[in-house]
Design a protein around this ligand. Structure first.
Ligand code: SF4
Ligand code: FES
Length: 173
């Protein structure tokens, strides 16, 4: 992981510095003012999105994301709270893209994950991706390195596990 300055939106492949074996599996939810993308393998806890804007993010509904159920600025604000980077957004023409935090900050949380926010280039199985928010695996057990996937001791009793998230029951369209 290094700092970068490229203009690509967060979550997109950035450079061929690492071997790429495929694109990230993203779900896209198009709205008039904003497009929301969701990467199920990186979603680790049901908190910021569903609590921050339940009218937009509702696990009991299909689709579970309705980008036009709030003003785009508010949707973007709540997405920026998503610590894992599972949620990203692309504003419609004229809208402001996400700005990375500066300076970049890294901390280890009590579960052992590395919480990182800033202007990042993250090397993983999809190559090098520009990121602004990531939860990195601090134990080595994740099957989605370098991102945490709750395969290790970080998972709490109420957490889902990696195998279940491959076929999400609560977050698919
Ligand atoms: S999408 Fe982000 S904020 Fe929402 S539950 Fe998953 S990790 Fe948490
Ligand atoms: S810290 Fe979560 S899988 Fe390693």
């Amino acid at each position: 992981m290094t700092e970068g300055t490229a203009d690509a939106p967060p979550g997109t492949p950035e450079t061929p510095e690492a071997p790429s074996v495929g694109k990230p599996r993203l779900k896209e939810y198009d709205g008039e003012g904003i497009t929301v993308t969701f990467e199920p393998r990186r979603c680790l806890h049901a908190a910021e999105c569903v609590h921050g804007l339940p009218e937009v993010f509702d696990l009991s509904r299909r689709p579970w994301v309705l980008p036009d159920a709030a003003v785009p600025e508010r949707v973007a604000e709540v997405i920026r709270r998503c610590p894992s980077g599972a949620l990203q957004y692309r504003p419609a023409a004229g809208g402001a893209a996400e700005e990375p935090d500066a300076p970049t900050r890294v901390r280890r949380n009590p579960s052992g994950q590395l919480v990182v926010r800033g202007d990042l280039l993250v090397a993983g199985e999809q190559g090098v991706r520009r990121e602004t928010r990531v939860l990195l695996c601090g134990c080595g057990a994740s099957g989605n390195q370098p991102y945490c996937d709750h395969s290790g001791p970080c998972a709490g009793p109420g957490d889902d596990v990696a195998e279940e998230r491959q076929e999400p029951s609560g977050t698919a369209r």
